[in-house]
Ligand binder design. Sequence first.
Ligand code: SAM
Length: 273
Amino acid sequence: MNSINLNTPSLKKHEFNWIRDYLYKQSGIVLNDSKMALVSGRLDKRLRHHGITNYQDYFNLLDKPGFEKETMMAIDLLTTNETYFFREPHHFEFIQKWLADSSASRKLRIWSAACSSGEEAYTLAMVLAEYAKTPEWEIVGTDISSRILEKARQGLYPMMATEKIPTLLLKKYCLKGHDEYDGLFMIEPKLRKRVDFLYANLIEKLPDLGSFDVIFLRNVMIYFDLATKQRLVLRIQDYLRSGGYLIISHSESLNGIKSDLKMVSPSIYCKHL
Ligand SMILES: C[S@@+](CC[C@H](N)C(=O)[O-])C[C@H]1O[C@@H](n2cnc3c(N)ncnc32)[C@H](O)[C@@H]1O
């Protein structure tokens, strides 16, 4: 009987180059050479899962018809999903003020693009539920990772994640878990229903999502090169209403990017009226 060698194969430079180009083509994410150990660490378990002993055989799987789930899994493993509730609180203070100043009677719509496991979208939902003058509002969250979107739809998080949620909102919109949910909390079901989570790859044709008052596009462009950023900003601004806002992370910038957006404060841009 043949035996399977379960030792970790070492990732060679040309194999790293292959997966780097593949990830770039699929997602726009640029991996630099310092990520070699991370890549082999993360893909190793997939090789083991398939009983494959070298990276090239695994890469061949990724392009095979019927293995689309494996492609998703590989992209999933190579993306960074770090996120938390009320990340960069200044942006949510801005939304609160915008809601106070807004006299719009139509439905307010906010898009959390690259929403990861949903914390950003639910933070927005809490702020809108609490401070919008109209009950007519909607949040859409999108991401490239189907696995992380499933997590977002569940709206179930470890208690530790409540740290930055203001007490008032925590009491109103989060439910503490018991028994099998001990140590977890859940976003209150009525609030959860106000948030739609959908698949969207920001470097491909985007779904028809309608237009938005505000788009959060935070902590994803840091993984893109300038050309990808430029194409994305031009496409995403079309989803903004006139006078709408694009919000990026404080650690990102639109320097060198041509668009119809005007900076109103660091990381907050307004589409020309
Ligand atoms: C670091 S998280 C940012 C989450 C949240 N926006 C925040 O600021 O906390 C980056 C997310 O971007 C997603 N992502 C990466 N490339 C993408 C692409 N081409 N299209 C859509 N989402 C992408 C990843 O799956 C990941 O969930």
